[in-house]
Ligand binder design. Structure first.
Ligand code: SAM
Length: 485
């Protein structure tokens, strides 16, 4: 049997089944041990320093004890600390993005995804470069600056050269005052060489969901195709980092397997990246399996209710305080509202999960024939932006860190330095102002500029505040865009 070793490069050693099972047993044994629980909560709490805050995070064992504890008072404390951490390191900003589906051709057999090879009735589609240009124009006209590209795995139809060409096309489109400034990539596990090529193409984060950390289930849920190889999939982030990509995004598809197992595996994966590469994951996504073309989510073993889902999110926040957390439009407005208070730092808005779902459709029309899953939050981007502001969050279209080379550990240092209010905060306000000026409805614009005014006052350094205010005036009165600190 494999031994647990977070520094190992072998999947079965850094995501070790024996260690996860012992962790679950340990958590079960200690879930009512209030003195241990209080110690863990105290460790998780952000501590004020001369320059800002520091947070120690939690080990997978400590975080699993909190997740197992059923005491409602402890849950409330976990939620309160999650919110404190979010505010300490990410402030009240929420970064906005949209997915762009390039192709749903796929040779895999993933049993939860309608793009699986055996699905003969779903329409297969791959965007041409011309169609991509039209999609990007439609996304820019909504106000998006940051995309996550999505594709099925098919070496003939969607080889890496196709993906690279699409990235080039996306960055080349500048429609009116719009541009896409950061392309994150969610494509199947690949080679170090291909990761290097993605890095050279200027991608932001490389995102790959593990789906499940439970190897036996993984093999059953991915019965055919290259994705069947659990080790190759699980070791992908190490190859991505070897290829020079230092922002990687993890995720589990919650609902497939038992959530406590997945949670321990996810935190172990983060610990492994930190141990081997000196930097943890840039983001963690928390998708839940959804109804789709020939997919019924109730057929899987691990369905979780909204309350459990909220608790998982908050416990991830406590365990990995500096990692961004993403919630997509798979979730409803109501669930998203709750999770935003528990540590989420990025949301998608106005999303389409079909291939070619943006260009030529109005905000309430959505094509279903090539769609990957049902979207619960179907509001337009304008509605999402207004809703965020009305709930005290600053919608941010900022892409400055990655464009200034603040990726990997350099981003984490900024996060830890307490300088966020002098850097990310004004960047958020300037990019929000671009959105308000170029794309917002009059109602959203009014709510937005009121927020910008109030939030400008919170910038501590006089000089930074003055420059930000001047740039915002420029945005209002000219076509000058893309200011950043
Ligand atoms: N093909 C790539 C891969 O295999 O990793 C990634 C792209 S896929 C479009 C993005 C993600 O969608 C998958 O990793 C999976 O977690 C998620 N997904 C698939 N089917 C889903 C469903 N029915 N409900 C919710 N999410 C789903």
């Amino acid at each position: 049997m494999a031994n647990y070793d977070p520094k190992s490069l072998k999947a079965e050693e850094f995501i070790n089944d024996g260690e996860i099972l012992e962790t679950l047993e340990y958590a079960e044994r200690h879930k009512d041990d209030m003195s241990l629980i209080n110690e863990i909560l105290e460790k998780a709490r952000p501590k004020k320093t001369a320059t800002g805050y520091v947070c120690r995070g939690l080990t997978h064992r400590e975080a699993s004890v909190l997740l197992a504890c059923e005491n409602p008072e402890v849950t409330e404390k976990i939620y309160a600390i999650a919110e404190e951490i979010k505010l300490a390191f990410y402030g009240n900003r929420i970064v906005i993005f949209a997915p762009l589906y390039l192709s749903n051709y796929c040779v895999n057999g993933c049993v939860y995804c309608p793009y699986h090879l055996k699905n003969k009735h779903i329409t297969r589609k791959k965007l041409t470069q011309e169609e991509i240009r039209n999609e990007v124009i439609a996304l820019q006209d909504m106000g998006h600056k940051r995309l996550a590209i999505e594709s099925g795995e098919d070496p003939k139809n969607n080889p890496i050269e196709y993906i690279l060409e699409c990235i080039d096309t996306i960055y080349s489109v500048h429609h009116k005052n719009g541009d896409i400034r950061r392309v994150n990539v969610n494509i199947a596990a690949t080679t170090v060489e291909n990761y290097r090529r993605l890095k050279e193409a200027g991608i932001g984060t490389y995102i790959l969901f593990q789906e499940t950390y439970h190897k036996e289930s993984y093999l059953k849920l991915h019965p055919t195709g290259p994705k069947h190889d659990y080790d190759y999939h699980t070791e992908a982030m190490d190859r991505a980092m070897d290829g020079g990509i230092d922002d990687v995004g993890l995720g589990v598809l919650f609902g497939l397997e038992l959530y406590k197992y997945e949670f321990a595996g996810l935190i172990m994966h983060a610990e492994h990246l930190e141990a081997v590469h000196g930097v943890g994951p840039h983001t963690i996504s928390v998708p839940r399996v959804k109804r789709a073309d020939d997919i019924d989510p109730d057929e899987f073993d691990g369905g979780i209710d909204d309350e459990t889902f909220a608790k998982i999110t908050a416990c991830i926040r406590l365990a990995v305080p500096y990692t961004g957390m993403i919630i997509s439009t798979r979730e409803s407005e109501q669930v998203r509202s709750k999770l935003l208070r528990l540590g989420i730092s990025q949301v998608s808005g106005g999303s389409r999960t079909s291939v070619g779902g943006y260009a030529g459709y109005s905000s309430d029309e959505r094509p279903h024939d090539t769609e990957q899953f049902d979207v619960s939050d179907q509001r337009s981007l304008d509605e999402v932006v207004r809703w965020l502001m009305e709930n005290g969050h600053i919608p941010s279209f900022c892409t400055a860190c990655y464009r200034e080379g603040r990726t990997g550990d350099r981003f984490m240092s900024l996060c830890k330095s307490g300088q966020i209010l002098n850097c990310c905060h004004p960047n958020a306000l300037m990019t929000l102002s671009e959105y308000l000026e170029d794309y917002a409805s009059p109602e959203t614009k009014a709510v937005g500029y009121k927020m910008v005014e109030e939030e400008l006052r919170r910038i501590p350094k006089d000089k930074v505040r003055e420059i930000a205010a001047r740039n915002i005036e420029d945005i209002k009165n000219s076509n000058r865009r893309d200011f950043r600190f």
